[in-house]
Design a protein around this ligand. Structure first.
Ligand code: G3P
Ligand code: CA
Length: 295
């Protein structure tokens, strides 16, 4: 018979996953976030043509350690200093977000507006590159980083090419930036970074477009309020909030041929539990902490 304490623990965990999912769902409804439906099987890429997560250039460790928005706990998010920290730490890769300015230039940036992370105000998509470049993207994090600029994707990739980091490039809200898939692919190809890149997005139509134009580059599907069901398996990597993951569902997704990565794992105990469950990669604001755990 299962001891009552184990039942209580399992019920609590199930409840907290359900609450997390409901909160994300509610937030998306509030923000009117568009989603693209899972496509029917005949419209999915042939399974055998899909690529796994690129191999690390610096280690054989599992899980891979990936710096979230560079290494946003240690330097201003989505900036060159954050990428430099990640490179110095010799973690496996960096995750970062891409959007587009009003005059059509891809930049590395997370929020809809520039208010939280820079000295400016307003919607990023309404600003020209010149206006974005006038903002300080470092001072709010710490005075030591004053003068840091929002990098263009080209600038970020130019720097990252000099490192051994894998690149986990998230296309943020691509429905707002028609054609950004091709722009991202063109840059990644021009710099020869395809073999160490994985594209990702919550908006799965963009992933299908990326596969159509660049099947040689790995793709990860992002999920936030639930995990893909057995009849929804589409791409070979699933990236999900760690709050939704359990040893059982990780193993289940892996058994059907998918690799599983989690965001954003900052607590050592949680990182250890996910590693024991066999997760393939962990995205973290504090790669230094995870390094201490997994070396
Ligand atoms: O990899 C997915 C993760 O980065 C999504 O979270 O909001 O930090 O882009 P967010
Ligand atoms: Ca992201």
């Amino acid at each position: 018979m299962t001891p009552p304490r184990a039942i209580i623990r399992a019920t609590r965990a199930r409840l907290s996953r359900a609450l997390f999912a409901a909160a994300v769902k509610g937030y998306k409804r509030l923000m009117n976030t568009p989603t693209s439906p899972v496509r029917p099987p005949e419209q999915r890429p042939p399974w055998d043509t899909l690529l796994p997560i690129p191999r690390s250039l610096v280690s054989d460790r599992r899980p891979l350690i990936v710096g979230h928005r560079g290494a946003r706990g240690l330097a201003p998010e989505n900036t060159l200093p954050a990428f430099e920290v990640a490179a110095e730490l010799e973690i496996d890769g960096v995750e970062f977000d891409v959007q587009r300015t009003a005059d059509g230039v891809l930049v590395v940036f997370h929020d809809d507006t520039v208010d939280r992370t820079t000295t400016g105000t307003g919607a990023l998509a309404d600003l020209t590159l010149e206006q974005v470049r006038a903002l300080d993207a470092g001072a709010r994090f710490d005075g030591r980083f004053a003068g840091t600029r929002v990098p263009t994707l080209r600038e970020a990739l130019d720097y990252l090419k000099t490192t051994r980091l894998l690149l986990f490039i998230e296309l943020k809200d691509p429905w707002r930036f028609p054609g950004m898939e091709q722009q991202c692919v063109d840059l990644v190809r021009e710099l020869g970074l395809g073999p160490r890149t994985q594209f990702r997005s919550f908006y799965h139509d963009a992933l299908h477009e990326l596969y159509r134009i660049a099947p040689e580059i790995s793709i990860s599907e992002l999920w936030d309020d639930r995990l893909p069901a057995d009849d929804e398996v589409t791409f070979k990597t699933v990236d999900a909030p760690h709050q939704l993951l359990t040893p059982q569902n990780i193993r289940h997704m892996q058994a059907r041929g998918q690799q599983v990565t989690a965001w954003t794992v900052n607590e050592l105990e949680r990182a250890r539990a996910l590693a024991e469950a066999g997760i393939d990669g962990l995205c973290t604001d504090y790669p230094d902490r995870l390094l201490a755990l997994f070396g």
